[in-house]
Design a protein around this ligand. Structure first.
Ligand SMILES: [Zn+2]
Length: 205
């Protein structure tokens, strides 16, 4: 494969990027100067050295101190309510909730949503890691909040998560609630403003 096709094939693996767009990216890069290309290459190759996946919530975070453990600042913050666990689809959803400043519990990031006909759910979402997390602390959880978007695929994700975690939870100890029931149809959490998220959180059922 020639270098243009090789790079285009790598871009074509990005979510939502097709063959034509991936070639446009390569032609765009051919027009840029060496400094830009070097910076882009440097940022990409150092990504895994500076960004880590939190061992508890699985969000990506920048580790500031080499000595710190593998959990992020939210998971190690003793001021937060560790008895309330919110399950979100994406890092950007967690960031929107943090920006809104209304939620003080802890999180679990699924890492995506589950297509309706997906045969291997663990390929799309971190369902096994979630079950491990729930199992390891089920006696300590007062509430699990499912915070999926209000779209068909996200609602399917929410149903799948609930059907898997409910057998691990004691219903008299832990309540399962849904944030989405306070949001209107089609809403993506990451694009919601602070007031909408606060209202959804207060109105969760
Ligand atoms: Zn974390």
């Amino acid at each position: 494969m020639d270098p243009i096709s090789r790079l285009a094939a790598l871009f074509a693996e990005f979510p939502g990027i097709g063959g034509r767009q991936s070639k446009r990216f390569v032609h765009y890069l051919l027009k840029r100067d060496r400094a830009y290309l070097n910076e882009l290459a440097r940022q990409i190759s150092s990504l895994q050295e500076v960004i880590f996946e939190c061992e508890r919530c699985h969000r990506y975070f920048q580790k500031k101190h080499a000595a710190a453990g593998n959990a992020c600042v939210l998971c190690t913050d003793t001021e937060r309510d560790h008895k309330t666990l919110m399950i979100v689809e994406k890092d950007s959803d967690l960031e929107a909730l943090e920006r809104s400043g209304t939620y003080k519990g802890v999180y679990f990031v699924l890492g995506g949503s589950l297509p309706i006909l997906e045969k291997d759910p663990n390929r799309k979402i971190r369902i096994n890691a979630l079950l491990d997390r729930i199992q390891s602390e089920n006696d300590n959880l007062d509430e699990v909040i499912i915070a999926c978007a209000v779209t068909p695929e996200s609602e399917h994700t929410a149903e799948y998560v609930v059907s898997n975690i409910s057998s691990l939870l004691n219903p008299t100890m832990t309540q399962i609630t849904h944030l989405g029931r306070g949001l209107s149809t089609g809403t993506e959490l990451e694009y919601s403003d602070a007031d909408t998220l606060r209202y959804a959180l207060e109105g969760r059922k």
